[in-house]
Ligand binder design. Structure first.
Ligand SMILES: *Cc1c(COP(=O)(O)O)cnc(C)c1O
Length: 473
């Protein structure tokens, strides 16, 4: 027995016809309703996981449901539990919103359903990704001829960069990790800064590098290059140094010019985690922060943060295509490998994947270079205005030098900061992540959304003022 009355043509996994149109039209209407509500909807979810599971149905249905009803149930079940990440007043972690043009392109990526691994099999989407890759190198001022892979995010982009690094530094020491594995290999000195993102540790874990050697940071979270130099003077053998463009708390950038010089003097591979901060390189305004970054050997960044394409899209860039190929290239009898140049699957861990570089192409084509520069500048300007607004609140302190998009706000003691965080969440107008930095509870604001401007910042400062007044009773 069917559980509901159904149109036999579109239920129970059976289709008598090629039926996409009406379902996609009604779904586009629902998506539009969601997107129209975003600017005014409370930012945090209204309900939790258990309610959503109840609404979605916990039991595997014996018989299928009508497709339109499935989508209706999905919307009704899931929407109350959605965090409004696209809100211009969402400042949590570091998460971008979605440009309309990138979302539209992403819909097409799903509709086209291309497996973007091989140039000769899906040339249309691979062309869009290869063009987008060239544009990224140009925009970010990275060496032409670098290998670029589109991955799920900066975590995997760090993994890709460090995979190429691992291959190369071991090869330099006379060890072929592809043939002989890691057991018995010379130990790699895996060097990071105290305030690196945990994604770098994860990448090291995937690669069997063991716990990293941690170099202390300065007050803004930048690696102490003097201590890096001291450390490297004491070690020999294969070495990878991981630097950071954009500290998630302070937004600070490591001193690339000095650190990369020190690393290269020791034949180390220099990698930069620039999940959001690498985009500063697009704007001349931030050239003093990014100076020297282009001499690194690999870079990891995200498009789903600063560039505001939909989840998920990270970008891995390696200056030495041979090392990238050594880490990822596969050849078998049934793949149709490109004769010249790398196939997309020679640049990433996956064989099968969606063409997630296509929305990047769309966003860059729509923005142009000048649009990317104004986006990056606007995010940083909004962070500065936000910090200035916070400084007018009683007992409030901005702990970091606001050099880019990040603002760490603290009140007179940890209890007040946590209380304000809770009151802000209940208020719902804006959302920031509670965190700890410099041994204090903080509320961390990351300006990552294209739609955050002076007016939105004003609403945000008002919301924090209300939350503080509420806590103070
Ligand atoms: C967000 C972030 C990451 C992890 O990126 P994902 O896209 O979440 O995988 C790594 N490093 C830094 C500095 C980040 O901000």
């Amino acid at each position: 027995m069917r559980e509901t009355t159904v149109d036999a043509a579109s239920s129970g996994g059976e289709l008598s016809n090629w039926q996409y149109g009406p379902l996609l039209e009604s779904t586009a209407e629902r998506a539009k309703r969601w997107l129209d509500a975003v600017p005014d909807r409370p930012v945090p979810p209204h309900s939790g996981i258990e309610e959503a599971k109840n609404a979605l149905g916990r039991h595997l249905p014996e018989n299928g449901h009508d497709a339109a009803q499935v989508i209706e149930t999905l919307v009704a079940g899931v929407e109350p539990g959605l965090m409004t990440i696209q809100s211009p007043r969402f400042y949590g972690w570091v998460m971008g919103g979605t440009y309309p043009v990138a979302l539209a392109a992403d819909w097409l990526v799903s509709s086209w359903d291309q497996n973007a691994g091989m140039r000769s099999i899906t040339p249309g989407v691979v062309a869009a990704e290869e063009v987008a890759a060239q544009w990224i190198l140009e925009l970010l001022g990275l060496p032409a001829g670098s290998a670029v892979g589109f991955v799920t995010g900066a975590t995997v982009a760090n993994y890709v960069g460090l995979s190429a690094a691992r291959y190369q530094v071991l090869a330099n020491a006379g060890w072929d990790v592809n043939r002989d594995g890691l057991f018995g290999a010379p130990r790699i000195n895996f060097v990071v800064g105290h305030e690196r993102h945990s994604a770098v540790d994860l990448a090291g874990r995937y690669l069997g590098l063991g716990a990293p050697m941690v170099i202390p940071s300065d007050a803004q979270g930048r690696m102490r290059v003097d201590l890096l130099a001291d450390h490297l003077a004491d070690v020999d053998g294969p070495t990878i140094v991981c630097l950071q463009a954009g500290n998630v708390h302070s937004g600070s950038f490591d001193d690339f010019l000095a650190a990369i010089e020190v690393a290269h003097q020791r034949q180390a591979w220099a990698h930069i985690d620039g999940a959001f901060g690498l985009w500063a390189a697009a704007s001349p305004r931030f050239s003093s922060l990014t100076e020297g970054y282009r001499r690194a050997d690999s870079w990891a960044t995200d498009a789903h943060k600063t560039l505001n394409v939909p989840y998920d899209c990270g970008v891995a860039i390696v200056a030495h295509p041979e090392a990238m190929a050594a880490a990822f290239r596969v050849e078998t009898s049934y793949f149709v490998n490109a004769e010249a140049g790398a196939d997309p699957f020679d640049l990433v861990p996956e064989l099968s994947r969606r063409a997630r570089g296509v929305p990047v192409w769309a966003a860059l084509r729509w923005l142009g270079r000048s649009g990317v520069i104004s986006l990056v500048d606007r995010l940083a300007d909004s962070a500065a205005v936000l910090a200035a607004g916070f400084r007018t609140l009683p007992g409030a302190r901005v702990l970091n030098d606001v050099v880019f998009t990040q603002v760490c706000l603290a009140f007179r003691d940890d209890a007040t900061t946590l209380g304000v965080a809770q009151a802000l969440r209940e208020d719902g107008i804006a959302f920031a992540s509670p965190s700890r930095w410099q041994d204090r509870a903080i509320l961390r604001f990351s300006v990552s959304n294209w739609a955050t401007d002076a007016a939105q910042v004003e609403l945000t400062v008002d919301a924090v003022r209300r939350a503080l007044a509420k806590w103070d009773g």
